[in-house]
Design a protein around this ligand. Sequence first.
Ligand code: HEC
Ligand code: HEC
Ligand code: HEC
Length: 278
Amino acid sequence: MKKLYIICLAILTGISFAFAKDVRLGVPPKSLDKYYPPNSEKYEYLMNMYKASISFTGLSTSLREQDWKRAEKWAESLKNAYLKIGELVPEWDKVLRKKEANALVKAVKERNIRQIQFFANAVGRTCSKCHERYMASTKLLYHFPDFDTVTLEDPITGTDYEVADYMAKMTTSFKLLNVYMSDGLTKKAKKAGMNFVKRLKGLTQMCSECHTNKLSEEIYFGKQFNQKVKELETAIKNLDGKKISQTFAWINMNNCSKCHNVHEVPTMIREKIKKKQK
Ligand code: HEC
Ligand code: HEC
Ligand code: HEC
């Protein structure tokens, strides 16, 4: 009965579960781990991709210049890099069009332009297909750092928190400022407000975990930011609601949001991929 009700509700409200759209990212095979830090600084998988890509360009350029000797060299080099994908990552061996890669080398040797085009396209399609599925997820997983290893000391309690928990605590302080102000509890409101400011300033302790250059820090925690935080502190002392909203809006736009665009959004997606890989 309950189920029927839900179905009716779905129809009435126009919700259609069948047409739900998802963006899909392939979960990179675990064997890629070997070719990225901390296991390797050599990026062997990526280097082989560059080799494949350069070989493709070498092949098409030498064909255009009708230099068949060089074309043969590049076709061979392309085939080797292409087949190496399956040696490096056994899970990917089955998606490779090996016969076509070999046939491409043969077609170049025989100088058969139509066959060259045919087999180059067949191989090239597998490059794009795999990239569409795995490129973004591989980059997030292996090039973007893991925020899980970063901790922040809370300036209020002295406890170490993971980034997400620290963010949640800091945000709660700001929400409490609003709640207590609205409830007319001025002392509590001021305390929550100042806790928010202390936690906000405390964010900079983590930047140097990844950034060796102070310049990165100054983009979100520069002069103008410091000025706005001062204004916010004064507004909290006076419990000036309008000024609090104004300065917070500036901080939200220029600190929280900008930093989230760069650090939080990739982290959110990265974590989803990482969970599935296990
Ligand atoms: C380093 C730059 C940076 C700055 C500046 C920053 N954040 Fe974050 N924030 C992050 C990252 C990274 C995460 C994701 C952490 C994770 O999921 O492990 C995050 C997550 C969050 C979350 C989600 C927490 C959860 O429970 O998952 C909230 C809420 C948040 N931030 C609020 C804020 C507010 C409000 C500000 C500004 C006053 C702010 N942040 C400033 C980097 C930043
Ligand atoms: C089975 C999967 C797969 C196949 C097939 C594949 N690639 Fe890749 N390729 C990847 C992944 C995953 C990455 C991302 C690696 C990274 O960023 O560390 C990548 C990255 C690259 C890059 C680097 C792009 C950048 O912006 O850094 C190039 C160039 C490239 N591939 C070329 C090729 C060519 C050319 C072929 C075909 C001859 C090919 N790849 C076939 C999975 C594949
Ligand atoms: C866990 C690692 C990590 C932490 C912690 C971190 N960042 Fe970043 N940040 C990155 C990565 C990764 C990028 C993208 C560029 C890159 O790969 O270096 C980036 C980019 C940036 C950029 C864009 C311009 C640039 O310098 O590349 C700014 C600005 C920045 N971070 C500021 C900060 C600030 C401020 C903090 C501290 C509140 C912080 N970051 C903390 C990893 C981190």
